[in-house]
Each structure stands twice: as structure tokens, then as C-alpha cells.
Design a protein around this ligand. Sequence first.
Ligand SMILES: NC(=O)c1ccc[n+]([C@@H]2O[C@H](COP(=O)([O-])OP(=O)(O)OC[C@H]3O[C@@H](n4cnc5c(N)ncnc54)[C@H](O)[C@@H]3O)[C@@H](O)[C@H]2O)c1
Length: 682
Amino acid sequence: MALETQNRPAITAKPLPIFKVGIVGGGAMGGGIAQVVSNSGLPVVIKDISQDAVDKGISTARKTYESRVKKGKMSASEMEQKMALISGTTSWEGFDDCDLVIEAVTEKMDIKKAVFKELDQVVQKSAILATNTSALSVSELAAVTGRPDKVAGLHFFNPAPVMKLVEVIRAEQSSDETVATLLAFCQDVRKYPVLVKDGAGFLVNRLLLASFNEAVKALEEGAAPAEQIDMVVPSNGFPMGPFVLADMLGVEVCSEVVHTLNAAFGDRFKPTELLDWLVAEGRWGQKRGAGFYSYGEGDDSAVKAKIAEISAKYQGEKLPFEVDRFVLPMINEAAIILEEGGASLEDVDPAMEMGTGMGRGPLKVADQMGLDTVVERLEFYASKLGDRFTPAPLLKRMVAEGKLGAKSGQGFHTHEVQEEGAKARQFIKVDRDEAVAIVTVDNPPANALNSKVIMELNDVIEELDADDTIKALVLTGGGTMAFIAGADIKEIAEIAPGKEAEQLAARGQVVFTRMENMKKPVIAAINGFCLGGGNELAMAAHIRIASDKAKFGQPEINLGLVPGFGGTQRLPRIIGYANAAEWLLTGDMYTAQQALRVGLVQKVVPAGDELNQALALAKKIATKGRLAIQYTMQAIQEGMNKDIKEALAVEAKYFGEVSKTEDKKIGVSAFITKQQPKFVDR
Ligand SMILES: NC(=O)c1ccc[n+]([C@@H]2O[C@H](COP(=O)([O-])OP(=O)(O)OC[C@H]3O[C@@H](n4cnc5c(N)ncnc54)[C@H](O)[C@@H]3O)[C@@H](O)[C@H]2O)c1
């Protein structure tokens, strides 16, 4: 397969119009889907086995509307209009003239088959029958009907009103017209469809479970405790850790999917003793009050004892847990599914971003890591932990063809090739917008700071400080999950203790201080996790604007460390001794609002707006004269740690300097004549 041919196959069939939708099963999913459909103005009828269940489905839809009314997003009368589109039945009344029926009954093949057989009899022959199954074979369901070409999967995610993604599952028998209709329908109900072939786990669950299952294996080996894995994974671009997620989704659901994937793909998805044990013990997650963790009464000692028992039997090599071990199986599985034609290149990253909340899809992460590095790391793990890490042939072929990702300009995606003469940088991107430079640290998945990132940053700082066309900088993190989630733990683990570690810290400090001493302001646009080295870098910026989703902290103490890039020094200077002591000694994470209260950030804005706001501020500053900006910065920096008498002398010195400039004449005369000054930067 050539990667170039991996776009979604063009479907020329015309979508059929949908005027009315039926939903079978008024559970969590059925009720949610009814809200989504009615919200787009279509009538929808829900069927369940009892009136109670029907009412529950309708009230699930109502609850979503009510919360929108409460938030002022719609009026009560609009809600009633939408609710009037939803009806319920325990018979098949109102199903005969549906154009589309979505089945969302209990996840059991025999129940679903019975429903499809009945649907085939009662619903008009032109209608499409779709299943919301999470994992069962859609082709097998299609086969029990007399219209297999009109059957496909429509896999909404939970909660349906919130999650944008829908996997449209093409069964072996689905016609182009059926697929085209479902793709168009998703858009009509304001969802983002991806097209996936029928197969175990479809796309999102298959890729996510590849990573999850590996995390359970790491836990079984004693590579790290669950709490640590659950801390490392989210600070690397994922919205939560794997075990917290499993407890939320249902441990038994995850286990069932692992078994399905194992049956389909063999040892790559070998079920784990620990997961099977949790299911047998009834530790199904939050809903049962206990899963990997305990919720409410009881503790985790039984789980810890089980892990100790399993890890004592483990004969293989013990490796400390690194986030690569979580990310690489997902990348490898994505390459395998692409090669099989199970999903297309354009769908994989959006599906994973929208379906799991990860900041950047696995193929983007792979491109940024470098596909040669991905293959190398997979081979390393394959040699230590087994064949499940064997790199996908597609990855190896791409490397052989020189498609290495961002650094070569072509990987899974095409990347901007560096302009001639521009310095080739791997981790830091510099964009220019008039007199403002936007500096993006891009080292996925978490934008972690390692020596190479810091060296590039140093280079960028020197270049931009010397560039008189640039008057202000905005500093941000690539992706949506992290500003900078911390130092590279792998590098810290490998560093020799004592002098070498001291030098590593000192080198980072020099670079951060160089940024702090720039003659132009640096505004940090904090777009996500801002932890450890990331927080230390943000503190060396001059102004900080945070997304309301950003998280702050100096977690070094949790790793038995002390911050090394200025955390113990800048933090107390900014937020005060007592606040800083609490942050540094607990290693806790703080919200953007908490950071605002202690004065660490100047402003908290809705997520996604931080870069715009930082840029607007930088542009406003850039309308001022270059030398006035420079002398203001220098006066603050030089005076800051002096006593007031000496500090005022510093100010007087710069007042003298600025008085010699052309801009001073322009500014003062514009003020007198009540005009806007046009500074000339001299
Ligand atoms: N919950 C999730 O996270 C999630 C996510 C995506 C897909 N799904 C899939 O969606 C489907 C429904 O899941 P759910 O979480 O809403 O389950 P649920 O248990 O909340 O609801 C299932 C509903 O189906 C009804 N039902 C059972 N047999 C029926 C029949 N013969 N006729 C009519 N109604 C019948 C039940 O009474 C119940 O109200 C499953 O296939 C599931 O795998 C679930």
C-alpha cells in the first residue's frame, strides 16, 4: 500500500434523505443519541422493552437540554420544542416510516440479532438499519436481515451529546449509498464522522486498548505503581491515566474488548491475569465502588497484593515505566490498521483526538518523534519484552524511503520544509506575525524539556533578542494538552549523580535566565499542563496568560527531586514564600484559577483563546517604540534585586537614555497635538 493512496475512498453515491429516526434501546446511549438527533430538528422515536426504560431514555435527553438551558445556551421554550420531537413506545409504533433506525440495545449478539430480524420486518424496506455496537461484528448482524446492503455501524461515543466523533462502520455488505447516507447524516446532526471497516475494536478502541493493555502489563511486571503510571501518562498529552480511565469506562468492558481483540489479532492483545482477576472479583470500576482503585470504603491492598503476586512470577527483563511504552503500541497499531485498509490516514488522528481526548493523534506524535526513532524504540522494546512490539512493516518501509516525519518534511503527514538558510530546528517553531515572534515548543507528546530542546531554545532566544524587527515574543506549547509538561524524565534517570546533574541544572538555568533578561517582553500563552521545568520556563517569561484548563505545579518532590531550573527561586519571588513552600513540598497540581489567585498568572481565559489573547497583547506592546520597550525592560530587570535607592538610579539612567531617541520626540509631540504617535524605533 502506498501511503499516498490512503485517503478515504471517494464515495460518489448520493446520500438518501433522512426525515425520521428510530432508536431501539433507551439506555445511556439511546437517550443521548435521541437528544443529538432531535437537536438537529429531526423527529425521533425511542423503543425499549418497558415503559420505565422508555421514560428513562427520554429523561436522559431532557437532562442534557436542561443543563443547556441552565447554562443559558438555549431557552426553556426551545427545549420544549426539541423535546416535542422525541416520542417513545414499547411496541413498534412509529417505526414503519423511519428512514434510519439506530439500534442501541444491550451489547449481546443474540439480543441484537433478534432486534435486527424484527426491525427488518417492521421498518420500510428503503430504511437503513445501523448498530451502535462497541465491538460486535456488524457484518454478522447485517446477514440476519433481508437488506444487508442497508446495514452499517454508527458508533457514537459516550456521552453522545458531548462527544463529536462517530465511527461509521462499513460492513462487508454495506452499499456505498448506505455509507454515504450515514456520513451525511453525521454531519447533519453536527458530528464528525470517520469511516472504518468492520473489525474488532473498529479504530479508536483498538488503538486505545493497545496502549491500555501494555500499561496493565507494565503494572503486572512491577515497572511502576499504578499511581505513577497514571501520573506520567496524563502529563504526556493524554487527558487521564489508563487505570483511572478503565475504572471510569468499566473494567469489565475493557476486559471484554481485550478478549475480542485477542481473538481477532492474537498475542498482540494477550489478556492479562490482573484484568481478568479484577473482573472476577467484581472490581468493575467506579460504578461498583472499586476497580484498579477503591472509591468510598475499602482500600487497594487486595489489588496491590495481586500485583505483587503476579510480578513475583515475572521472569522477563524489568524496565522502568516510560511513556513511550504507552504511546508506541498505539502508533504501531495505527500503522497496522492503515496498511490493512481498516481506516484511512485522514481519519486516524482526528478519531483518536476526538475519541480519547489526546492532544495530538498518534500519527502526528510519530511524525514529531521521527519515524526512525519510533522504529528504533519499538525494536528496543521488542528485544526486551517480546514480539508484540515488532515494528509494523509500513513504519519500516517509510523509514527506508526517508519518510522520517517532521524532520524530513514527510512522514504520515506533510510538514513545512525549512526555508533555505533558516536553521533546521526539530523542537522549536518560530512564526512571525508583524513585529511579534510566536515561539512554539513542539516535542510531543508532552513538549518535555530535554537538553536538545533547551539548546534550541537558547538559539531562538539569542536570534530573536538580536532581531530588531521583533519587539515582543509569545511562547506556547504545541498541541492542545501541554504547554510544557516537565523535564524529560528519561534524561534525568540517565544522568550521572552529583556534578553532572548539577551541570545539567545550571545549563538550563542559564538559558531560562537569558530569556528572562531579554530586551523585549516574553508572554507565555499557557495552553495546558505547565509542570516542573515547564512552570520554571513560564516563570522566566514576563507575562503569563493561561487557558482555564491549564494545570500548574512543581511535582519534583514526588520523584524524590528538587526543581533544577529555578523553581525554588522564582516561585517564592512570584507567589510568596508560604505559597511556594506549599507547592514545592507537596508537589500538588493547581488549577489555572488557583494560579491566578496567587499571582502566578495574570489572566485566565477560555481554553483555546490563550494564544489569541497573548498575541493581541504582544501586538499592542509592539505598537510602542522599540527603544522605549527595551529600556523599560532593562530598567525593571536591573533594578529588581537592588535596594530602592540604587534601583531608582537605574531608572534615571534609562530615562536619560530614552530622552536621546527620535521616538521620544515623536511621542511627546503627538501627545501635545493629540495625535497617534508613529514610532520609528530610533
Ligand atoms: N455506554 C457506553 O459507553 C457505550 C459507548 C459506545 C457504544 N455503546 C454501545 O451502545 C449500546 C447500548 O449501550 P448502553 O450503555 O446505552 O446500554 P444500557 O444498558 O444503558 O441500555 C441498553 C438499553 O437497551 C434496552 N434493551 C435491551 N434489549 C432490548 C430489546 N430487545 N428491545 C428494546 N430495548 C432493549 C434495555 O432495556 C436498556 O434500556 C451497546 O451496544 C453498547 O456496547 C455503549
